[in-house]
Design a protein around this ligand. Structure first.
Ligand code: WTA
Length: 674
């Protein structure tokens, strides 16, 4: 039985603003803002609703979950969370099926509505699928997976570019209760293998070849290479993206052929709210990527709600998130959020400059896109090509422009707003992470006329309570004043947050819950303005963001150190005009080996592409005799960062350095390189 607000009297430890009590289910005019909010006593405007969602978070989320999701069995407990222990559980007792929420219920009401528009790499060759067609595709695949032995609780690895079959693969897993592990199809065989092994997948789904920017990418061959070191893999489903045949081995299954033999009805598995929906690997500050675990109900609810309100998505709109499905942005805003809302979602397979820098805007005109969600790195790139590529196309359908993945600088923000959006579309700079499941800080939801400051993520989403911690002292209390900076934490749980790290729950608690006990630590720094608006200032750990791709400097160092001539290395992020951050590597060669620096550079680039992905190749490699170290032997990255940023006055206290002369050598080497 669903217990109406069983824990609804609970209030966050430190609350903002006034607190509310739910007295009954009488309506208020907030219903116009958010229909789910009708009945929240004492809530009469958006600001009240925001306070209510934080102070009476259980009542808020219970009402929203009951109205937004279709349940097989109602939940009995809204949440059972203790952030200090790393325990996060939402909607327990409830049973549902995510694919039913994303497909069947819309097929029931509007079967012919377009669910997915596949914007293929080949310009002007889009393919549309209705909800009915996507459900059929998902069911056939669900039946095939079941017939080939995939069971509830298994984890299927998906290595595919954005396409309807990739979406159907994700949803087919959800339908039969298997978890999915989508690996970005730009990752190398080694990176894919590491993720398959950690997830212990016995099934991999891929395509024969990918096509991007007019180039063919040998995805099946990459899978063949990867599974050499993955003893768990028993079968590989291969879909045909191009007409070129590939060598099929005994493990390979011709996916479309086999799907054609399956029934279009597939019994959905009843899943507990807290069963795993997917793993998604992301980088942290150590060399090993972590498989964050997202579960069924809370994740889906949060993706759907943020999609609806941050972007002001309405029925009939065409929503386009141009991120790859291999990242969390693609999961939440190309797939789960829009489909849970019965929306039309565009899957973008190409690049912003193929066949020319007008690609996005020509697509906006042709597909009549209403919300466009992209990355600052692409905006900065397009800005350099000039306004004419934008002006060529009609963008009058656009209503909201979104930005994600890295800070958006003011120049890019202004251009996006003024040139792309003709000054009439709000730009929503959305801050969030793989760990948060969905957008946590963004200008919306707020009054349509509410102020948006360029380059600021602005306001917390419903149910989110950001706090800034003193970065000097772990475990201290949060800073309450405005016009201040600190470590960005979130003070209370929300349904979309990751639950743990696959195979390593302790790392989850240590990374996110222990630095500031009782708070979720994001790893980012933020500034809160005089007005109380948030601006993200960047990572506080050794994670960098290259063209919106998150990567740990330790991951790159691990690869560099595997090169035979390299004795040691240190990798630093630096400010890059297009990529946001670039990679700067300091490399010390082994004294005993006689090699040319040019050969080592080539070897390093080959290794970085082979072990991780192309974007992990350093922009600069500075060969040094030695690195600045403390007497205890720790590399002083702070010094390296200052040298690379040309902030030589700010080198700080060098008294702990083993040999201060090293700094001069490093400065000289940096000068010589540039
Ligand atoms: C950064 C992507 C500034 C941040 C959704 C975060 C941002 C990391 C923004 C997560 C933004 C994301 N402004 N920085 N609007 N959005 N970031 O897991 O450092 O790939 O911690 O998730 O990207 O990257 P991830």
């Amino acid at each position: 039985m669903w217990l109406s607000g069983g824990r609804m009297a609970s209030v966050g430890r430190q609350s903002f603003g006034s607190c509310f009590r739910v007295l009954g289910r009488r309506g208020c005019n907030t219903a116009a803002v958010m229909p789910e909010a009708a009945g929240f006593e004492g809530v009469s405007d958006r600001s009240d609703l925001q306070d209510f969602s934080v102070c009476s978070s259980d009542s808020f989320w219970a009402a929203v979950a009951r109205q937004r999701l279709s349940w097989i069995r109602p939940f009995h407990t809204v949440q059972d969370c203790d952030l200090s222990q790393g325990r996060i559980r939402w909607f327990e007792g409830g049973k549902l099926n995510v694919s039913v929420n994303c497909l069947d219920r819309h097929v029931h009401t509007c079967p012919e509505r377009v669910a997915v528009i596949w914007e293929r790499d080949e310009p002007k060759s889009e393919v549309k699928l209705s909800y009915r067609q996507l459900l059929e595709m998902t069911c056939r695949l669900g039946n095939l997976l079941r017939r080939r032995g995939v069971k509830k609780g298994d984890c299927v690895t998906i290595y595919m570019p954005p396409c309807p079959l990739a979406v159907a693969s994700m949803l087919a897993c959800a339908r039969i209760g298997a978890a999915h592990n989508v690996v970005f199809a730009g990752f190398s065989a080694d990176a894919l293998a590491e993720r398959i092994r950690d997830a212990q997948s016995s099934t991999v789904i891929t395509v024969n070849q990918g096509v991007r920017g007019g180039k063919v990418i040998e995805l099946k061959k990459t899978v063949d290479a990867a599974i050499q070191s993955c003893p768990t893999v028993q079968q590989v489903f291969v879909a045909m993206r191009t007409e070129n045949p590939v060598v099929m081995t005994a493990k390979d299954v011709a996916m479309e052929e086999e799907m054609a033999k399956e029934d279009t009805v597939c019994e959905p598995a009843g899943m507990d709210s807290e069963d795993t929906l997917f793993l998604l690997y992301t980088s942290g500050s150590t060399g090993k990527p972590k498989g964050l675990v997202h579960t069924q109900a809370g994740y889906l609810l949060y993706a759907a709600l943020t999609h609806r309100y941050v972007f002001s998505y309405h029925d009939g709109d065409v929503f386009s998130c141009v991120a790859d499905i291999g990242w969390i942005t693609g999961h939440s805003y190309s797939v789960y959020g829009p489909l849970a809302n019965g929306g039309t979602t565009v899957l973008f397979e190409s690049t912003p400059i193929y066949p020319d820098p007008g690609r996005y805007w020509e697509m906006v005109q042709r597909l009549k896109i209403n919300q466009f969600y992209g990355a600052p790195t692409a905006i900065r790139l397009l800005l350099k090509y000039g306004d004419k590529w934008v002006h060529k196309y009609d963008r009058s359908t656009l209503k909201t422009l979104g930005s994600v993945g890295e800070p958006i600088n003011t120049e890019a923000w202004e251009w996006y707003h003024r040139v792309v959006g003709q000054g009439r579309c709000p730009v929503v700079d959305t801050w969030w992470q793989t760990e948060t499941g969905g957008i946590c800080i963004a200008p919306r939801p707020a009054d349509p006329d509410a102020e948006i400051v360029p380059g600021m993520a602005m306001r917390p989403f419903f149910g989110i309570k950001p706090v800034l911690m003193d970065t000097e002292v772990y475990g201290s209390s949060f800073v309450t004043s405005n016009d201040t900076s600190g470590a960005l934490c979130i003070a209370q749980p929300w349904p979309g947050m990751a639950r743990t790290i696959h195979n390593d729950p302790q790392r989850f608690t240590e990374t996110y819950c222990q630095p500031y006990p009782g708070y979720f630590f994001t790893g980012d720094g933020a500034y809160r303005s005089k007005e109380g608006y948030y601006q993200i200032t960047g990572r506080l750990d050794d994670v960098i963001n290259v063209s919106g791709h998150r990567i740990g400097t330790a991951e790159i160092e691990d690869v560099l150190n595997q090169c035979s001539a390299v004795a040691e290395s240190a990798v630093i992020g630096f400010s890059h005009s297009i990529k946001g951050q670039g990679i700067y590597a300091f490399v010390v060669l082994k004294k005993s080996i006689d090699v040319q620096e040019a050969d080592v550079t080539r070897q390093i680039n080959d290794m970085a592409s082979k072990k991780i992905a192309k974007y992990a190749c350093p922009d600069y490699i500075q060969f040094a005799q030695r690195l600045p170290k403390t007497r205890s032997g720790k590399i002083m990255r702070r010094v390296l960062r200052k040298v690379v940023d040309s902030e030589l006055e700010g080198l700080g206290d060098l008294s702990t350095l083993d040999d201060p002369e090293v700094v001069q050598e490093i400065i000289q080497g940096h000068h010589d390189l540039l």
